[in-house]
Write a protein that binds this ligand. Structure first.
Ligand code: P6P
Length: 338
């Protein structure tokens, strides 16, 4: 990873990506710029906090049955409105909407599909802890037929771009188009995204893990055994002490791991045996898996690479183990022994 000295804007970076890689079309470049502008608008709304009357509950529930925060709804609207008229998308899907959102007939349709979690980590909004936006871009089916939900159900390996924004002490945008991972920091005075980290690489080993330990009594045996060994530290089979972090905003935990290594885990557990985990495959796990793999890390559901999972439903959930490659591969071994 190199920390950039010459000031390169997101626009210049994407123009050069397009020039260098035939996988980055002008349409995709323009789409990413639209999403980046929408994230700037969301960052501004989030930053107002109580002064912007955007805190607290919206008094509604989303398709997941979760209480929607005002900012969940606002962020979703910002992304929908920003992307409807641009002509880059054929349809969108969001954690906050039950079904797909088609581009209104008055606007041209584009060649891409986009899925997003407009505001990840909502439980942290009212207590001023970092939250973010996650997005994933797929190719739309050829021809002019109107996309269906089935057209979105592509494995993560089909993603052409993915990214997340973190609305924290700084607002950052982390992006991959399949040619490495780069980070842009929002220059609030100029209102522009500036390249601040190039070709991010996750350390292959780590002594830091992220999991919600309050669920320990519900974990299945492989996870119990794996975490138990981490907790034994120097005296145990790992021979070293470990540290734990859990922010309850996937974007913030992943951003830490991208920068200093670690393993993020949200395993399936016995609370809901019919659900393979809490996190959603299409707009949380897949985009983060794309980014993590492009940064030299690994992302599995325990036994299987997340990006090879064939989706069967728009809002399906998945177990997630992602981050430092050697640590994630070690976890897979526990599942194979199960
Ligand atoms: P828990 C936020 O709601 C989220 O989807 C992820 O961003 C985060 O990692 C996880 O859920 C937190 O879950 O059960 O610890 O609140």
């Amino acid at each position: 990873m190199t920390t950039n000295t010459k000031r390169i804007s997101l626009t210049q970076f994407l123009v050069e990506e397009q020039r260098l890689h035939n996988t980055v079309s002008a349409e995709l470049r323009l789409l990413i710029e639209v999403v980046a502008r929408a994230c700037k608008t969301i960052s501004h709304a989030v930053g107002k906090g109580a002064l912007g009357e955007v805190m607290g509950s919206a008094g509604s529930e989303n398709v997941q049955g979760e209480v929607q925060k005002k900012l969940d709804v606002i962020s979703n609207e910002i992304l929908l409105e920003a992307n409807e008229w641009g002509g880059h998308l054929a349809a969108m899907a969001s954690e906050e909407m039950e079904t797909i959102h088609l581009i209104p007939n008055r606007y041209p349709k584009g060649e891409y599909l986009m899925l997003f979690d407009p505001l990840d980590g909502s439980s942290n909004i009212d207590v001023n802890v970092s939250i973010g936006t996650i997005f994933s871009v797929l190719k739309a089916p050829e021809g002019m037929a109107s996309p269906t939900e089935q057209d979105f159900l592509q494995p993560g390996t089909h993603q052409v771009a993915a990214g997340y924004a973190v609305y924290g002490p700084q607002t950052v945008l982390v992006l991959t188009t399949g040619n490495g991972v780069n980070c842009f920091t929002l220059d609030r005075e100029m209102g522009s995204w500036v390249l601040t980290q190039q070709n991010i690489q996750i350390p292959a080993d780590t002594r830091e893990y992220a999991i919600n330990a309050s669920n320990a009594r519900h974990w299945y045996e492989p996870v119990q055994r794996y975490i138990g060994e981490l907790l034994e530290g120097k005296a145990g089979p790992r021979g070293v002490d470990f540290n734990t972090r859990w922010i309850a905003s996937m974007v913030a935990d992943v951003h830490r791991i991208l920068n200093r290594g670690g393993i993020f885990m949200y395993p399936a557990d016995a609370r809901e045996p019919d659900k393979p985990g809490k996190l959603r495959l299409m707009y949380e796990a897949n985009p983060m898996a794309f980014i993590v793999e492009q940064a030299g890390g690994a992302a599995t559901n325990g036994p299987q690479r997340i990006m090879e999972i064939q989706p069967t439903a728009l809002h399906q959930r998945v177990a997630v183990f992602l981050g430092s490659k050697n640590e994630v591969e070690r976890v897979t071994g526990y599942h194979q022994e199960a």
